[in-house]
Design a binder for this molecule. Sequence first.
Ligand code: NAD
Ligand code: AHE
Ligand code: ZN
Length: 380
Amino acid sequence: TAGQPITCKAMVAFGVDDLREEEILVAPPRAGEVRVKVICNALCHTDIYTLSGADPEGLFPSILGHEAGAVVESVGEGVTSVKPGDHIVPGYTPQCKEPECIFCMSPKTNLCPKIRGTQGKGLMPDGTSRFTLKRDGSTIYHFMGCSTFAEYTVLAEISCAKINPEADLEKACLFGCGIATGLGAVWNNTKVEPFSSVAVFGLGAVGLAVIQGAKAVGATHIVGVDVNPKKYEIAKQLGATECVNPKDFDKPIQQVLVDMSPTEFGFDYTFDCTGNTDVMRSALEASHRGWGCSCVIGVAAAGKELATRPFQLITGRKWMGTAFGGWKTRDAIPMLVERSMKGEIALDHFITHRFEGVAGQKDAIKALHDGDCLRAIVRY
Ligand code: NAD
Ligand code: AHE
Ligand code: ZN
């Protein structure tokens, strides 16, 4: 198949909530690119967000999906870090590792900007797409540099994290986004210390990974906040000491949380894992007077902006955010996979649903909407 277009199945997003199975042609990888066979995909809320039309960068028609496990089918000119047969996890934040890249060379960030411009336009780094619709030859956009709702996709080499081939791809794929992000927000971005108090808003896979990460570093008070009580049991199993439902209170949830915090001055660390800007405000205002740190992880809809009284910051709270938990993709994903294989990072509880074939993506979306799904794995 190397050098030839591949015909395969994909779920194509033609417009808002209009996802259909189609036959597509996937062109061979060009210089610096890698064509991969996608083995499995885990649905992340961000895919639904873009399909809903809320993403200001969202493009149609496109192939969504960005949390996946794949096997290299062929490589383009100049590709040296992976070869056919290698197992990879695509990274939506690349890592070019070039000495000239001030972002890759900085230990402070993972935000390599090398291909971000074209990626945001739904194109490969040379400004073109590798996807066409078989039935009419029309062009389909890429998404987040991944597009894993397809049996085959093309990635930039710098977006491929090569992992241990012994790893179960159905688990390893979880490190392609949500779980790595939640853990990294705790370990890399906020650097939660032992004995800290932590409040986590939104108990989906991302929020639960935050709880897991906080427990692992020895946080002693971990409060989970969700409007869906179905999430409390697993949150408590992973380390939440208490769970609260904002709907159960007449006063703002930030006030409830400050009152229940160990010092009654708020939580040392708070995390938004909902994407709701009102919740982000609550999270900031629930953080500790003098030193509280609130981390935005959730992705907000187009047009939404943050608000709080600047007094909240003057009195010592910090507002920050994370993309992919601060992990430098190609270095970190293989390491996280190894740690999970050694039993240091438990993953099984995240996989609540399994479906077969690309069309299974529709079932996965329904499951995540229904509120008792953490990650639905679709095996192609
Ligand atoms: P999810 O849909 O599985 O979970 C979201 C949870 O938030 C649900 O349990 C829901 O009940 C809860 N929730 C919704 N509104 C709430 C409210 N007002 N108060 C309290 N809880 C509320 O989503 P996920 O896959 O876990 O992703 C979480 C968020 O993180 C999404 O916005 C996603 O787009 C974003 N995300 C960001 C990054 C990043 O790098 N920054 C990475 C992955 C995901
Ligand atoms: N395109 C949106 C923003 C989307 C966004 O913020 N994405 C997160 C990852 S979500 C993963 O599930 C991110 O890391 N962004 C960094 C980047 O470079 O995109 C918008 O608002 O325009
Ligand atoms: Zn994601």
